[in-house]
Write a protein that binds this ligand. Structure first.
Ligand code: AR6
Length: 178
């Protein structure tokens, strides 16, 4: 599924985010920037050790923030490590929105024309998928409407077919195409 905001494409695809050939891919990170399981584990395995080494040099960041490293052996040029909230810690919606917005800012600062997001916080961190989809899609739409950006393509790479349909429903709602 694919829609446009001010001539910029927002699309939903199913797959493994480490295979995306966008300029940047977003990691579902933690505050310590230690690449554990899920998306982070896949990035660590396929991208090689340089990504964790760069994260160690950065040291850490706060929930809702995003930091950039190179992408090692991956097709992307950059990995943007966005720290989503753990479900239940409080103020989760705002934190997820910030993590999404800050990722788009970082990508713009690096001059990226394309970026791919996973469904941040919906794995190990336990955030409900439909709520995540609504928040992340609304944030992307608002960013593309309001901000000057180098981005011409924002993709969401969903791991399963079910997750893809959850995002498709949320996209129809967020983009008023119901
Ligand atoms: N490509 C795309 N999506 C994926 C992939 C993949 N290769 N692998 C998993 N997903 P998670 P979180 C989906 O757990 O909840 C790590 O230990 C997955 O099905 O990666 O933000 C980190 O180091 C789910 O829908 O991220 C942090 O400590 C979504 O991606 C912590 O997990 C996010 O799942 C972050 O937890």
């Amino acid at each position: 599924m694919k829609l446009e905001v001010k001539g910029k494409v927002v699309e939903l695809v199913q797959g493994d985010i480490t295979e995306m050939d966008t300029d940047a891919i977003v990691n579902a990170a933690n505050e310590q920037l230690i690449l554990g399981g899920g998306v982070a584990g896949a990035i660590r395995k396929k991208g090689g050790p340089s990504i964790q080494e760069e994260c160690n040099r950065i040291g850490g960041t706060t929930v809702g923030n995003a930091v950039v490293t190179g992408a090692g052996n991956l097709k992307a040029k950059y990995v943007i490590h966005a720290v989503g909230p753990r479900y239940g810690e409080g103020d989760e919606d705002r934190k997820l929105r910030n993590a999404t917005w800050n990722s788009l800012l970082r990508a713009t600062e690096k001059g990226c024309s394309s970026i791919a997001f996973p469904a941040i916080s919906t794995g190990i961190f336990g955030f409900p998928k439909d709520r995540c989809a609504r928040i992340m899609l609304r944030t992307v739409k608002e960013f593309l409407e309001k901000e000057q950006t180098t981005l011409s393509r924002v993709a969401f790479c969903l791991f399963t077919r079910e997750d893809l349909s959850v995002f498709e429903e949320a996209m129809k709602e967020a983009f008023d195409t119901v």
